[in-house]
Design a protein around this ligand. Structure first.
Ligand code: DLL
Length: 433
């Protein structure tokens, strides 16, 4: 079902008109209410009246996470604190947390884009949505909650964790849609099997998984084990939370709601825009948010964009490719740039291993080393040592030939790599410890 046909299927020229009008309002709001943006515009000799075309966006400065941190906690608000009805924050594991705030109107907007997002995967008001994203300061839980309510579906607000209970209630309630991180979806299937419940026989028909990078290979595994259609959802707290982009069942890129979030792809090194289809960093400008409008916000996420209408569903909303990784997650191992997702792609093609792995980066005698730890399927692990050695070498050669990278491979026993109920920690960088 198309939730909002007018905007999801709008012709490009018409969409650009909507975007320009909304951009003008956003820039004016930011200029008048947020000292950071007033200064940034003045420093570039610009006033809101200069935004006469979408191209003028290029004259506006980029905003970074560092800028938001500097104005912690309320310095980026465009409204009085009394107008704020809800606050979220990123976990802040890498520094000061980033705070995001919503007016009542912003919550309404979030509910709307999330209803659109959930509907885009094929879910309807008839569905029972088991929401296993964490409720709390993380935007996943409440974002899905508001969206499912707006859609008119039945929401089961499980939050993450309590995995056995999740599985029992899933069976008792007959949940048809599961929402959680892809790594948690896998873990839940494993626990279900341990409980003697066959996950592929569950009532689930759709999974809406995101908040962390995951490859197509991982999708195949999850779809098989649960017997559902797994759609990728993308979003980030600073922009609104989940609800920025999502796949339709054609799974050919994530539809980005460009009437609310204006996308650009830039070269992360030079800041220049790259052409359609080329990989780069996603930059987003909010077009309809009141409490914390953001202009040209650097997401750090690497993707590419296409404006071709979707052959699967007919929506014209532009599509971004699955996120490859974050600019700051890219590993540079002896001069070779590699994203963890590229290693995941290689591993998912190897039949003898489980979809559980971890990357350990260290430095020995001034040289970076990468060790790939991956779980081996039970029936192969009990095999003779010789065969395991052959498997180890096969994985090593595969990584080398696909990525041009020499990595050590360590095969570990099933169920030894830590499981995740939220965002998985795939990389342990000992160089930073
Ligand atoms: O993760 C919002 C969210 C909740 C999205 C639930 C989807 C589902 P943050 O905690 O602020 O917000 O983290 C945002 O997570 O910049 C990406 O690096 C990463 N990320 C989010 N979705 C995806 C995805 C939420 N589908 C950061 N694929 C983003 C890859 C993702 N990375």
């Amino acid at each position: 079902m198309v939730w909002d046909k007018k905007y999801e299927c709008m012709e490009k020229e018409e969409l650009e008109k909507v975007q320009l009008n909304r951009l003008k309002e956003t820039v004016r709001l930011a200029y008048e209410r947020i000292p950071f943006y007033r200064k940034a515009l003045c420093d570039n000799g610009l006033s809101p009246d200069d935004i006469t075309s979408l191209d003028r966006l290029l004259d506006l400065p980029l905003t970074t996470k560092e800028d938001l941190r500097q104005y912690y906690p309320y310095g980026m608000l465009a409204v009085q604190l009394s107008e704020i009805v809800e606050i979220h924050a990123s976990s802040g594991t890498t520094g000061t947390p980033t705070v995001v705030a919503y007016t009542r109107g912003d919550i309404d907007l979030w509910s709307e884009v999330m209803a659109r997002t959930i509907a885009c995967t094929g879910a309807t008001s008839e569905d029972i949505v088991q929401n296993a994203y964490g409720y709390g300061l993380f935007t996943g839980g409440l974002g899905f909650h508001y969206g499912a309510l707006r859609l008119g579906a039945t929401v089961v607000p499980m939050s993450s964790g309590g995995t056995k209970r999740q599985i029992r209630l899933m069976r008792d309630f007959g949940s048809t849609v599961l929402t959680c991180t892809p790594s948690y979806a896998l873990y839940m299937a494993e626990i279900a099997a341990d409980m003697g419940i066959d996950p592929s026989k569950s009532t689930l028909r759709i999974g809406i998984f995101g908040a962390e990078p995951w490859t197509h290979g991982m999708r195949v595994q999850i779809e098989k084990v649960w017997g559902l259609i797994a759609c990728d959802i993308y979003g980030l707290s600073e922009i609104i939370g989940p609800g920025v982009a999502v796949e339709c069942p054609a799974k050919d890129g994530l539809h980005l709601w460009a009437d609310h979030f204006l996308p650009e792809i830039i070269d992360p090194e030079t800041g220049e825009r790259v052409s359609e289809g080329q990989d780069g960093e996603l930059v987003l400008t909010t077009l309809t948010k009141r409490a914390m409008p953001l202009i040209r916000y650097r997401t750090g996420d690497i993707t590419n964009i296409t404006f071709e209408p979707c052959k699967g569903c007919g929506r014209t909303a532009p599509r971004i490719s699955k996120i490859k990784g974050r600019t700051d997650d890219m590993l540079i191992i002896r001069g070779v740039n590699v994203f963890p997702s590229q290693i995941e792609s290689v591993l998912m093609e190897i039949a003898e291993v489980e979809p559980y792995y971890q990357l350990l980066v260290s430095r020995a005698r001034g040289l970076d080393e990468l060790e790939v730890c991956v779980e081996v399927k039970e029936r192969f692990f009990s095999d003779q040592i010789g065969r395991l050695e052959v498997l180890r070498e096969k994985i090593q050669t595969e990584i080398e030939s696909v990525l041009g990278l020499t990595a050590k491979v360590r095969l570990v026993e099933p169920k030894t790599i830590q499981r995740s109920e939220g965002k998985a920690k795939r990389v342990i960088d000992k160089r930073a410890l």
